[in-house]
Design a protein around this ligand. Structure first.
Ligand code: DI6
Ligand code: FE
Length: 400
């Protein structure tokens, strides 16, 4: 039994987007879980023999959750960044074989050790800011062997670092060049056959896709999701990032746990997401990097009661971002989300976006994944830019 005393606990209500700071709290943790939370003076006697730690009034939030990353990839895209600044646009570069496909070449060429060695510094940057759960997608292999290789690296990250890794099968990220004009064949031989293997190897927790003019259509994604349903896997979708194809509504109607990006999301998509409890994962790093001007419909999502999460989308093309704190700042500054919404977006709602109900809040019975901060007000987490006030990271009750 470990007990943290004298903590200022940031509480989030279940049914509103407000938060509140409750000082003078103790958090008792055992077997990786939170056993009890309450006033220091009410700590049950049977816990008195536990290992005590005085937090000196510091603020405690749930451990942060980055619920959408492509953090495993080969090479980098600094040259593409330069080309965009010289006038080329993202979709043009993608059609000319650059963009995602250049990362695919580099990811295929890299061995597992290299992919791991390149990903770990990015992961460490996230962890240094209090991340305790991290989602990692495949999607830069686009052939079964390389997709599986990426996911083995993702699982290895979870073994080599103190973080929970959740994986998504994103073979439907782009059409690989060797399947040009053979889209149906890629879907069956690559996306669907690969899903079976990855699932059999225990490498996937959910199935994702990129539903966009430069990637896959709504009808194609339906086939992928039909197969995910046969395997009993959760689904999620990159939807409405560059145009409104109706992907979010289709995914929501099939019970998707999240729809992500959503700058071009329309009223039908919002309605379907609200009806099915699909989380809207907003990715301000990609919005910022692409200098997108179409804002996601934050107010309409709020009005409809769609839970909103925030994530880095860490990827070499559109979001070379490894800071969830900066992501919160962008959520506030670019998307006008409140600091309370930003915090909920990287904790409770990020957990929901991963289909996890055992974390994301500080309450008895949930995982003891926590972040302790040297701040006076929780809004500081969204307000300050390029500043990291993390004091301690607790994973499964252990100080890591
Ligand atoms: N949307 C994105 O922003 C990333 N993937 C996706 O589906 C970008 C992928 C890349 O450009 O490498
Ligand atoms: Fe993404």
């Amino acid at each position: 039994m470990q007990i943290m005393r004298n903590a200022a606990v940031v509480e989030m209500d279940a049914d509103s987007s407000a938060y509140r700071v409750v000082p003078g709290q103790s958090i008792a943790m055992t077997d990786g879980m939170i056993a009890w939370v309450g006033a220091d003076s009410d700590l049950p006697d049977d816990y008195a023999g536990g290992e005590m730690r005085d937090l000196g009034g510091r603020m405690v939030t749930p451990g942060l959750i980055d619920c959408h990353t492509h953090i495993v990839f080969g090479g980098d895209r600094a040259r593409e960044f330069e080309m965009r600044l010289e006038g080329a646009d993202y979709q043009e570069i993608a059609r000319a074989g650059g963009g995602i496909l250049s990362s695919v070449r580099d990811t295929r060429a890299a061995d597992e050790e290299t992919l791991l060695a390149r990903a770990l510094p990015r992961v460490d940057h996230l962890l240094a800011e209090g991340v305790t759960t991290l989602e990692i997608k495949s999607g830069y292999g686009l052939d079964v062997e390389t997709e599986l290789k990426m996911l083995r690296v993702a699982r290895e990250i979870g073994r080599q670092r103190k973080v929970n890794v959740i994986t998504s099968w994103l073979a439907a990220h782009a059409l690989p060049p060797e399947y040009q004009d053979r889209r149906a064949a890629y879907l069956s031989e690559g996306v669907i056959a690969g899903m079976d293997r990855a699932h059999a190897d225990g490498l996937i927790d959910a199935v994702d896709g990129f539903c966009e003019g430069i990637a896959f259509s709504v009808e194609e994604m339906e086939q992928v999701f039909d197969h995910a349903a046969r395997l009993g896997l959760n689904i999620k979708l990159h939807a409405e990032q560059l145009s409104d194809l109706g992907g979010a509504a289709m995914a929501a109607e099939r019970g998707a746990i999240s729809a992500d990006h959503l700058e071009y999301l329309g009223a039908d998509g919002i309605k379907a997401m609200a009806e099915h409890g699909t989380v809207a994962v907003l990715l301000p790093g990609a919005f910022y990097t692409l200098r997108e001007t179409q804002l996601p419909p934050v107010q309409a999502l709020r009005d409809s009661g769609v839970p909103i999460a925030l994530a880095t989308d860490c990827n070499p093309g559109t979001s070379p971002l490894t800071s969830l704190l900066l992501t919160m700042n962008m959520g506030a500054t670019l998307f006008r989300m409140t600091p309370a919404e930003c915090l909920r977006g990287v904790t409770l709602n990020a957990a929901r976006a991963l289909g996890l109900s055992d974390r994301g809040r500080i309450a008895a019975g949930l995982r003891a994944d926590l972040a302790v901060w040297d701040i006076a007000h929780p809004a500081e987490l969204s307000y300050r830019i390029g500043f990291n006030p993390l004091y301690a990271r607790i994973l499964g009750g252990q100080h890591v």
